[in-house]
Write a new protein. Sequence first.
Length: 198
Amino acid sequence: MGLELEYIEGQTPIDEDEKEGLRIKTISTRGELDEFEQKNIEQALTWTIRKKIPIEEILSENFILEVHRQMFDVVWTWAGTIRKTDKNIGVDKFQISMELRKVLDDCKYWIDLNTFPPDEIAIRFKHRLVKTHIFPNGNGRHSRLGADILVSHGFNRPVFSWGNASLSKKGESRKKYLEAIYQADKGIYEPLVEFARL
């Protein structure tokens, strides 16, 4: 029996080839997958607070990939690698590296010129990461952790609360989060900044 997954609004389906990258072959349901991924993410959170991470490191392609690897390497063989398939969201698979470079350069520019307040810089960074959709799966969770790392290590501010709810499950918080993401897609970032600090 293979991995059978149901998806809720805003989740990117995992291709059959990508499912082959599942390290724990006994996982067969979304609930089991979520449980193992959450344990892996908790290990990644511990990894991020062990040392002070400078902005130059945070805003590097290697670090972006390493964060994803730390979050999902117990569960997926492709953790920390750029996706090789096109998805229902994100840039073309061949443009990911170029787009990621733009995201990192833009974020450096915003910081150097104080273009936006720190929270907004971190949220814009998060939004651009998730919009690029670098990985086969876990992009939302990865981009939120990326924003938390940037705001805490880069700006010495508290991590975001993200609505104080699980955003991986259907519910009112996820609905508000997705509405804020859709507003950010139109260049309106205030709802996402506000949601992140609820």
